[in-house]
Design a protein around this ligand. Structure first.
Ligand code: PEP
Ligand code: CO
Length: 454
């Protein structure tokens, strides 16, 4: 077998394992045709960018940087708009400024963007008024509208996923390198409804401080031009293996191929089976990989994931995203951290304070309490402080819009208000203000520690 064939083969071994959460595509011939087209399409990201992110994540693993990962639970094709992409980007940039300022650590910025179009579901079907249809699995598979036609999986949507990812990534690349992310424009990210909130005002004061510092550095002859671009990466759950395999590319001279659909991909709580196709596929590609860990995960499974996904114990390769729930995090996390430390593993630990804290409001809306989200992050940070390990960052669902999907925060969204702007296609997201609130409160946790350590 030639080298390139061997590498290509590496992206196909998953087919011998059971793949959870894959759609029942009704038209196999159409699926094969779309997958063939995708396998000939240009990559969305490049190997060297994935390697750069792996080096940045290695700094997180060593305790020298923080990860900020966020975006929609489910991106939708309809929301591939300049406003939506701008909104998420500026929210993440603002949060990163707040966190960098407090922790004095570089913040690695990763969007749940440009590819977050596929969703695992706890039930394959949805029932409404006696009618049962396939569950919505994300725009990459079917549509949200509750009709038999829209809920039918359509392989052509995989092609649309590629296109919408490319469009989104194009704007992200333009915004982060074309002046929008210039640190000398920190004020301009603080417009709209967030500016009137308590966190918005606090941010404005911080932005003034940054302005003064930059002016001071400039006056001292320091060249601040390097601050006019931001490094930003994209990530999504690597759920649909036909899509991921079709976009896997081998690079000459490299041992392992890369998933080129995004810089970092993660394996979800429902697909991290050690004997399953997802772990097999991700063990074969060279990207930085994250795995979600729910409250019931065993130490043995975590050790198994480490061995399969990071056999060489390469810092930055593997991130564990813990989503135990505010009431479980303090019980679940210590054993995992201690066991991995004893193994000499250098993984990144990240908190997803969203997915263990989802509740149903009286109105029937799926929601999350801001206080529960904060409490899980606090538990996560405290456990790490007690064990002397690094709380590597957060993974959150957010949007730059003024939605009413999570309750609480400085603007105190009430359960009765959820219906006002409940727009998510899947899980409830923090709105712009709540995201900034979280950044400031998390920043305080890091500041407290820096004060104590000093
Ligand atoms: C998600 O991140 O939207 C998700 C489904 O998470 P998890 O796999 O942790 O449930
Ligand atoms: Co979600």
């Amino acid at each position: 077998m030639k080298d390139s064939e061997a590498r290509h083969h590496a992206a196909e071994t998953w087919r011998r394992y059971p793949a959870a959460q894959q759609p029942d595509w009704p038209d196999e011939a159409k699926l094969r045709s779309v997958v063939r087209q995708l396998s000939l399409a240009p990559p969305l990201v490049f190997a060297a960018e994935c390697d750069l992110l792996r080096r940045r994540m290695a700094a997180v693993a060593r305790g020298e940087a923080m990860l900020l990962q966020g975006g929609d639970c489910a991106e939708t094709f309809g929301q591939t708009t300049a406003q939506s992409i701008h909104g998420k980007l500026k929210t993440l940039l603002q949060m990163a400024v707040v966190l960098t300022h407090a922790s004095a650590l570089p913040v690695v910025k990763v969007g749940r963007m440009a590819g977050q179009y596929a969703k695992p579901r706890s039930s394959g079907e949805e029932r409404r008024d006696g009618i049962v249809l396939p569950a919505y699995r994300g725009d990459a598979v079917n549509g949200l509208e509750f009709t038999a036609e829209t809920r039918q999986p359509d392989p052509d949507r995989l092609r649309m996923m590629y296109e919408h990812s490319a469009i989104t990534l194009n704007l992200i690349r333009a915004l982060t390198t074309g002046g929008f992310a210039d640190l000398r424009r920190v004020h301009t990210w603080n417009q709209g409804f967030v500016a009137d909130s308590r966190s918005g005002e606090r941010y404005e004061r911080l932005a003034e401080e940054i302005d003064r510092s930059l002016a001071f550095m400039h006056a001292c002859g320091v060249d601040t031009r390097g601050l006019d671009t931001a490094e930003f990466f994209v990530s999504h759950e690597g759920l649909l293996l036909e899509y991921e395999a079709a976009l896997t590319r081998a690079e000459p001279g490299m041992d392992r191929p890369y998933a080129t659909s995004g810089h970092m991909l993660w394996i979800g709580e429902r697909t991290r089976d050690l004997d399953g196709a997802h772990v097999e596929y991700f063990s074969r590609v060279a990207n930085p990989i994250a795995v979600k860990l729910g409250p019931a995960v065993s130490v043995d499974v975590v050790m198994g994931l480490l061995d399969r996904l990071d056999p060489n114990r390469e810092p930055g390769r593997l991130t564990f995203v813990v989503r135990a729930g505010a009431d479980r995090i303090r019980d679940v996390l210590p054993t995992l951290v201690e066991k991995l430390k004893a193994e000499g593993a250098q993984v990144c630990w990240v908190s997803d304070p969203m997915h263990g804290n989802t509740i149903a409001a009286a109105s029937g809306h799926k929601t999350r309490r801001f206080d529960a989200i904060l409490e899980e992050v606090r538990g996560f940070v405290e456990v790490h402080r007690e064990l002397g390990s690094h709380p590597g960052g957060i993974h959150v669902e957010l949007t730059g819009d003024d939605v009413t999907e999570c309750v609480g925060g400085s603007n105190a969204i009430l359960p009765e208000q959820l219906h006002q702007r409940y727009e998510t296609a899947c899980d409830p997201r923090l709105n712009h203000t709540q995201s900034l609130d979280l950044a400031f409160l998390l920043a305080e946790m890091y500041c407290d520690h820096a004060d104590r350590a000093a």
